[in-house]
Ligand binder design. Structure first.
Ligand code: NAD
Ligand code: UDP
Length: 311
């Protein structure tokens, strides 16, 4: 059945892939974005589709529409960008969630929140299970994002308990792939761009910190499966690739796959940078039958191909 679906942050990296997938599945999609970190270029190929609509709007302002489902993705996701205007980042997560939850309540829409592994902060439990409450510095430079997203989770569960809003809270772990912004400062885009230009590869700290990287197509698969899952399944649910790499291993792999002449250099580690991160995806496996299969090298090759055409 064709559904009408609102995607906030639809012109961003994840949002543009989500809009595309939802349209391909036969839905009508409304993409809402203020273009802070997103770009029209990410969705230009969808503009000819009569079932696709784009609206320039800021989620911190109320928004009225009739839809069946809402995916709330609006929020800058790279540390450089979310720290650029930290107060605005908090407003986007908190006021954006209040506006979208209020809308969902009024029109009885189902709503999914793009939460994050950052709610676990610098985790002391490894791998991270959904029950873990996290280790977040509430006043640090990352707190605008982490605490904004944690407050958003609280809002979602309070609208669920108090107003019976149908919620889905998804904790997204590091995701990569085509349409990442080459300048947004995230590790995969930075390393690939540096390698393709034969520039120094900038490792922050000694490169022993870890991350687990999920290829975009599989993330979108997990996200849509969760939205369509049984109603009682509110989450929070982890979705990410559980195979963990050190940042040094990532740098070496990117250099090898690009055949680059780049050298690795070491820069100071930003404050509160989590030392380890790996999702426990037992819940996603059993509830959604979802498990990533695309290995990092395979996904990196596709991503490198994309960057070769734009840098
Ligand atoms: P992105 O920066 O590419 O996309 C975010 C989009 O939101 C952009 O198009 C931006 O213009 C838009 N936006 C920002 N503030 C807005 C506002 N106030 N009003 C309307 N639109 C606004 O980032 P992404 O990687 O696509 O991330 C999308 C969502 O997924 C974010 O909520 C992010 O926190 C979450 N997430 C992403 C990752 C990841 O690895 N990419 C990991 C965890 C969580
Ligand atoms: N990082 C790095 N060099 C870069 C960009 C990032 O070593 O040019 C490190 C960063 O310090 C962090 C990891 O890579 O430990 C992932 O950073 P990213 O900003 O991609 O995501 P997040 O920290 O939010 O997981």
């Amino acid at each position: 059945m064709k559904k009408r679906i609102l995607v906030t942050g639809g012109a961003g990296f994840l949002g543009s892939h989500l809009c595309e997938r939802l349209l391909n599945n036969g839905n009508e999609v409304i993409c809402l974005d203020n273009y802070f970190t997103g770009q029209k270029q990410n969705i230009i190929h969808l503009m000819d589709n009569p079932y696709f609509e784009v609206i320039r709007h800021d989620v911190t302002m109320p928004f009225y529409i009739e839809v069946d489902e809402i995916y709330n993705l609006a929020c800058p996701a790279s540390p450089v960008q979310y720290q650029h205007n930290a107060i605005k980042t908090i407003k986007t997560s908190v006021m954006g969630s209040i506006n979208m939850l209020g809308l969902a309540k009024r029109i009885k829409a189902k709503i999914l929140q793009a939460s994050t592994s950052e709610v676990y902060g610098d985790p002391e439990i490894h791998p991270q299970k959904e029950e873990y409450w996290g280790n977040v510095n509430p006043i640090g430079t990352r707190s605008c994002y982490d605490e904004g997203k944690r407050c958003a989770e609280s809002l979602f569960f309070n609208y669920y308990r108090q107003n019976n809003v149908r919620i889905k809270v998804l904790r997204i772990f590091n995701t990569y792939g085509p349409r990442m912004d080459p300048n947004d400062g995230r590790v995969i885009s930075n390393f690939i761009v540096q390698a393709l230009k034969n520039e120094d590869i900038s490792i922050y700290g000694d490169g022993s910190q870890t991350r687990s990287f999920c290829y975009i197509d599989e993330m979108i698969d997990g996200m849509t499966r969760f939205m369509n899952s049984r109603e009682e399944l509110t989450g929070p649910m982890n979705v990410g690739n559980p195979v963990e790499f050190t940042i040094l291993e990532l740098a070496e792999t990117v250099i090898r796959l690009t055949g680059s002449k780049s050298k690795i250099i070491y820069k100071p580690l930003p404050s509160d940078d989590p030392m380890q991160r790996q999702p426990d995806i037992t819940m996603a496996k059993s509830e959604l039958g979802w498990e990533p299969k695309i290995a990092l090298e395979e996904g990196l090759k596709k991503t490198i191909k994309y960057f070769e055409n734009i840098v």
